[in-house]
Design a protein around this ligand. Sequence first.
Ligand SMILES: [Zn+2]
Length: 459
Amino acid sequence: MKKTILSIALIVLFSWSVFGPPVIPAFAAGQFLQMPIRVHHGPIICAIEPQTNPNFPTIGKQLLAETEYAVIDWKTKLNQGLGRHPVWNITLVEVPISQQTSFNYTECDITIKYFPEPQKNSNGFISTGVTIPNFETGKTNIEIYYLDVEPNWIKKEWTVDNQMYYTYVDEPQYTGLVATSTQLDSTIRHEIGHSFGLGHYIVPYDRLHNIINGLEDMPSIMIDTVTVLGVKHYDITSLDVAQVKSIYGDGGFDNPIQKKDGYQRVHQLGMSKQFYQPGEEMTLNVNTDMFDDKSFAEILVIDSNNTIVDNFGISKSNSTIPLGNTYQKNGKYLAEIINPITGDWDFASFTVGIPISQTANMEQNVPALQTQIPAWVKNNAKLWSQNLIPDEEFVKGLEFLANQGMVKIPHNTGENNLGHIPGWIKTNAELWSAGEISDDEFVRGLQYLTDNGIIPVRK
Ligand SMILES: [Zn+2]
């Protein structure tokens, strides 16, 4: 069964709704799940100021300020008792809109971006935030969603052997307002906790019920944020601090101890192919030999910007998963698996839109973009993608890029061969003009056209 969910933030609910509440004795009091993310030195956290939102003109500054408090809170609590010799170093770098084009993002270990709600193609999941590891680069992205979410608990009943069972499942909704600072503050602290390697803290249902009803304080900031929406009192607790120290030791992020368990890559993912054309059917193979009937794991597919493209839970029964034909955007993708019980993880990469023979050339031949692509080229691409200007006009933009050295032109260009431009290039042009794919990705698509003689270009 392929069940579309939610997000890492909701993995607890996923496990409940599919397998029933976790009544395993080990969870009797409360327990951390695994999150196979590690920082390898005192992390640099980059907070990227969000685009202005006319409905909420001060939200950007507010989010940056709240992120600053969250980082100070983590740092203070980790260093508590260490006096003037703190060892837990965390550096926060705020990147205002005006600096975002020139900023060197490679220095960021953890990047925090802010959006009103999850971006499209995310299967309509509702979340207050999500942490997205990139197992290949070792870097982590956090997305914080700043629209208000309200809980909406629904009773679900099912029958096994004439015995009726029920559980409550939260199907939260956006209210259309901006989130309360309680929601934002606790979400930011929670997601930063994930980026340090903390999994969700699971409590049995009766305790959760008490927490939601204000009868008990939250024992951990890592309780699933959506589950505890509306809870007024939250904190980074001593349990959270102890859990970070159990992962890294007492020497801080810069002097981690080597821990054997809880962080191991276990090869279990593979793609049917390494290279695909846009829209081609693709299959993800998962080795679930180690799963038992109650095991589950989370699959994330992310693009080269570390944006979630696909996200779902799997069980032992689905060892082969069709990813479908929704991968229209050129570029490299990572499929990642996280097992929150064992901490096992793995990833497999695949590339859409570029044949194998092109890939080898491309990496040597395409220079990094030194110059900004002018607005008129982008505008032409947009008009062309909407069939408002002929191919020739679009090619003028391509010629400009060629003359700037952005697209490398092969030596023997034949006669103009227009009319064989594949449909996906037009899709790319549309996405690019809308800012949804990077200049680099778009230029790679153009490179494909020129390398294959589809669009010969005069220099
Ligand atoms: Zn979470």
